[in-house]
Design a protein around this ligand. Structure first.
Ligand code: AKG
Ligand code: MN
Length: 201
């Protein structure tokens, strides 16, 4: 396994997954998206989000006019598909936990998509870490501290990278300032996929 680097209390594994492992994950995710199509969510305030989303696992994270929450079903009414086995293997390997995650959020960043600075705090137990896996285009990730005004650091997340937000960094503010659309050839049409694995408890 590649060496992890620490950034503001998070662990970053650059190039954890080789090209073949990335391609295999994309194939698994095509099956997830076929069962649970990508949604264009709106914020509780009614603003459209630029990132499209779906999920796998027991619960999916959704956002609409009623607020942010975890839901047992896709808006179509169908349950979310299972988390792909290769994703679960990565979770167990990098977190060292026996417990599986409840949710694998699948974010898709097309051209111009970004994600504002936020905390992941819709879960019931912050003692579990959050694991994120990047596929496709490069993304400029910004990470700060537990308060919105804390200083931040930026790093480019590349295809095959993994990032773990745990311990004191579990509630760090973070976001994606921009992506370099078309910088990766993993997805033939360009774009970035991010998987976010969380225990909802
Ligand atoms: O796309 C990313 O790398 C971060 C995604 C994220 O923070 C989230 O979905 O909560
Ligand atoms: Mn987040």
């Amino acid at each position: 396994m590649t060496e992890a680097q620490e950034i503001r209390g998070c662990l970053h594994w650059p190039a954890l997954l080789d090209e073949a492992a990335q391609q295999a994950l994309v194939a698994d995710l095509r099956a997830v998206v076929a069962a649970a199509p990508l949604i264009s969510p709106v914020t509780p305030g009614g603003r459209p989000m630029s990132v499209r989303m779906t999920a796998a696992g027991r619960l999916g994270w959704v956002s609409d006019a009623s607020g942010y929450r975890y839901a047992a079903r896709h808006p179509s009414g169908r349950p979310w598909p299972p988390i792909p086995a290769a994703v679960l293997t990565l979770w167990h390997r990098l977190t060292g936990l026996d417990r599986p995650p409840d949710c694998c959020l699948v974010n898709f960043y097309g051209e111009g998509a970004r994600m504002g600075l936020h905390q992941d705090r819709d879960e019931g137990d912050f003692s579990f870490p959050v694991l994120s896996i990047s596929l496709g285009d490069d993304a400029l990730f910004r990470i700060g501290g537990p308060h919105r005004r804390d200083p931040t650091s930026s790093l480019w997340l590349k295809s095959g990278d993994a990032l773990l937000l745990g311990g004191p960094a579990r509630l760090a503010f973070h976001g994606i300032d921009r992506t370099r659309f078309g910088s990766s050839r993993l997805l033939p049409q360009g774009g970035r996929i991010n998987l976010t694995l969380r225990v909802v408890a």
